[in-house]
Design a protein around this ligand. Structure first.
Ligand SMILES: [Zn+2]
Length: 350
């Protein structure tokens, strides 16, 4: 038995000398220390031998076991150290390398237009009001002189949520809400300007210039002495601020159910200065917004006395302004959030 152990030790010493990889050491550990190893078999036989042999062989077997474990652990530690070293050297930071380029966000073109318009209206003394997109039929239609049966209320144009509520078809819903509040506050309205912006919804077929959801800015100015001349001045001022001092406006008679008189407003073409181009379809003019004086009925329906007050009103499509200002031809570009499209607006106020 002693001889068997010595032979096993010699065998192990030979084998470990040639173990140069982590795998071969693992293999050696399994072979010499595993459940079916020769050392284990010898230890099993100890109980069958005489006491003296058991003592000597037991002692030697323990020495050999400790030697094997010690040498295997030492080799495994060595491999761990080597791995760590090579990992550290491969991940070494080179501080002389150029840094990674950071990408910065930019404001959305629709927000740029809203910010610009908000600034202009705030300078003119208008109060900014925020309202709901989920609106009662009463404020979206009835109080704006759009009684039941009016063509603009047709199911073709409006998203009805239920019989009494709609997704607002214009931001003018906020005009009727503000007018009603003013009427409650006082019988005699002092001059008051109000502007609101946000999403509006129409049952439209989406194409390059139409979307079922778009943004509007809607404004009105009410007071005892507000006239069509005030409307013309404000619109002229607004267009010059947006498109430059050289532009002019022209007002054409039109029809809107909530204004009387009503006017469609055209902008002189800022690209060709009137000589005719693709943008203005060779007419020299670009249609830009709808406007008018609030119909007497609208004032009455919201509790305002039309004998004492008049109000100018107009609504602007935010996408329309952004498309003209930034030369965008497809309305869908605003909603697809393609980073290549949005990155072009770094230049504008970002
Ligand atoms: Zn033109």
């Amino acid at each position: 038995m002693i001889d068997q152990l010595k032979e096993l030790q010699i065998n192990f010493n030979d084998r470990i000398k040639n173990s140069s990889s982590r795998e071969s050491v693992e293999e050696l550990k399994k072979e010499f220390m595993g459940k079916n190893s020769p050392l284990n078999a010898i230890l099993q036989q100890l109980r069958n031998v005489d006491a003296q042999t058991r003592q000597e062989a037991g002692k030697l077997a323990n020495e050999i076991k400790n030697q094997i474990l010690g040498e295997i652990n030492a080799l495994q530690d060595k491999f761990d150290q080597e791995d760590l070293k090579s990992q550290l050297s491969s991940e070494k930071m080179d501080v002389s390398l150029p840094g990674l380029e950071m990408s910065f966000g930019s404001k959305h073109p629709l927000n740029l237009v809203i910010e610009e318009l908000s600034e202009i209206f705030s300078e003119l003394g208008f109060e900014m009001v925020d309202g709901t997109e989920f609106e009662e039929d009463e404020y979206n239609f009835q109080r704006l002189n759009l009684p039941e049966g009016h063509p603009a209320r047709d199911m073709q144009d409006t998203f009805y949520v239920n019989e009494k509520e709609v997704l607002r078809t214009h931001c003018t819903n906020m005009s009727s809400r503000v007018l009603s509040e003013l009427a409650l506050l006082s019988g005699d309205v002092k001059q008051h300007g109000s502007v609101s912006f946000g999403n509006v919804y129409r049952r439209d077929v989406d194409d390059a210039t139409h979307s079922h959801q778009f943004m509007q800015i809607d404004a009105f100015l009410i007071g005892p002495k507000i006239s069509f001349a005030n409307l013309k001045w404000i619109l002229q001022y607004l267009c010059k601020r947006l498109f430059g001092d050289n532009v002019n406006i022209r007002m054409r008679p039109s029809y809107f159910p909530f204004t009387e008189p009503s006017a469609e407003v055209d902008l002189s073409c800022f690209k060709c200065c009137g000589s005719g181009c693709k943008l203005c379809k060779n007419s020299g003019w670009i249609e830009i917004l709808g406007s008018g004086m609030f119909n007497e009925n609208v004032l009455k329906l919201n509790g305002i006395n039309p004998q004492k007050n008049t109000a100018l009103a107009f609504g602007v499509g935010v996408e329309r302004i952004a498309m003209l200002k930034y030369g965008i031809s497809n309305i869908r570009d605003f909603y697809e959030n393609d980073i290549r499209f949005l990155n072009q607006f770094h230049f504008f106020g970002n």
